[in-house]
Design a protein around this ligand. Structure first.
Ligand SMILES: C[S@@+](CC[C@H](N)C(=O)[O-])C[C@H]1O[C@@H](n2cnc3c(N)ncnc32)[C@H](O)[C@@H]1O
Length: 270
């Protein structure tokens, strides 16, 4: 690849052809956590070719700015307390646009299949016999940890990792087995339940001093990181006005952040 070759041309060279978003097709793609550098090349190809881009609130404006000039942007999410588009309404819209022959990019924050209702949308497209393709994205749970210099897995520390949604349809979810698993937990959508869920985890036996962190607006210009022991996390978040979107990570892996940051600083000096 020469320096003048675009990333898209380089992709085409490896695949014998550029991925084509055909009329009447839907690509259900992840937009990553925010930073456009974390988009996949296939998602970028979708952005450049789509006639209509149906996107969620958490898709970063810098990513949307990569859309082709022919593309119409349609917002399908929550905004300013107004009622959000219903899931049925969104899938019906995708089906209608595809049936009209549009090239449709359905763009979701992070990865479309991680707490993003991508599965529901894919099933609706399959049921309607709309040709579609799934393009994974970098999920915020992993991107936020990397941005905060917290290793998701570390040999000798954890052999598994739990991804959990703090908010969901089943709000009587039993957190006790998760607390007792002895594994790091990466929480999505938990900021409004942080007090309650940290209390449940402590009651279930997690040590009060378990290291924990909040990474808000990861990989965006508003990124903020807060580190505190589990028992103090909710109060510290309140005092420092931490707001969604945020990832909360609880577990010994958080303790490696200072060491990683120290090593990064040393490596840069050399
Ligand atoms: C509906 S879920 C969608 C998750 C998305 N599909 C993914 O894979 O990242 C929304 C939650 O993702 C997390 N999130 C998304 N983008 C984020 C970011 N840039 N920084 C921190 N958390 C983020 C927050 O927990 C937010 O409440």
């Amino acid at each position: 690849m020469t320096t003048s070759t675009t990333a898209w041309e380089a992709l085409a060279a490896q695949r014998s052809t550029v991925p084509v978003l055909a009329p009447g097709h839907v690509w259900l793609a992840g937009a990553g956590p925010g930073d456009p550098g974390l988009l996949t090349l296939d998602a970028l190809a979708g952005l450049r070719q789509a006639d209509v881009i149906v996107h969620d609130a958490l898709v970063d404006p810098r990513v949307l700015a990569l859309a082709g000039s022919q593309a119409r942007l349609e917002f399908a999410g929550k905004r300013g307390g107004k009622p959000s588009a219903t899931q049925a309404g969104i899938t019906a819209r995708l089906v209608m646009l595809a049936r009209r022959g549009a090239r449709v990019l359905r763009l979701k924050g992070g990865d479309p299949f991680i707490f993003g209702r991508g599965g529901e949308e894919a099933m609706a497209l399959a049921a309607a016999q709309i040709p579609f393709r799934i393009i994974p994205g970098i999920t915020s749970g992993l991107a936020a940890l990397a941005a905060a210099a917290i290793p998701a897995t570390l040999r000798g520390v954890n052999r598994a990792l739990i991804f959990a949604a703090g908010h969901g349809a089943d709000d009587d979810f039993d957190w006790v087995p998760l607390a007792r698993a002895g594994l790091p937990i990466v929480f999505y959508m938990v900021m409004h339940q942080l007090e309650r869920i940290t209390k449940v985890l402590l009651q279930a036996g997690l040590d009060a001093q378990t290291p924990a962190a909040i990474i808000a607006s990861a990989t965006t210009p508003n990124e903020r990181v807060l580190v505190a022991p589990l028992e103090k996390l909710a109060a510290a978040a309140r005092e420092q006005s931490f707001e969604p979107p945020a990832i909360v990570v609880i577990g010994d892996i958080v303790d490696f952040r200072p060491r990683l940051l120290g090593e990064v600083a040393t490596a840069e000096k050399e």
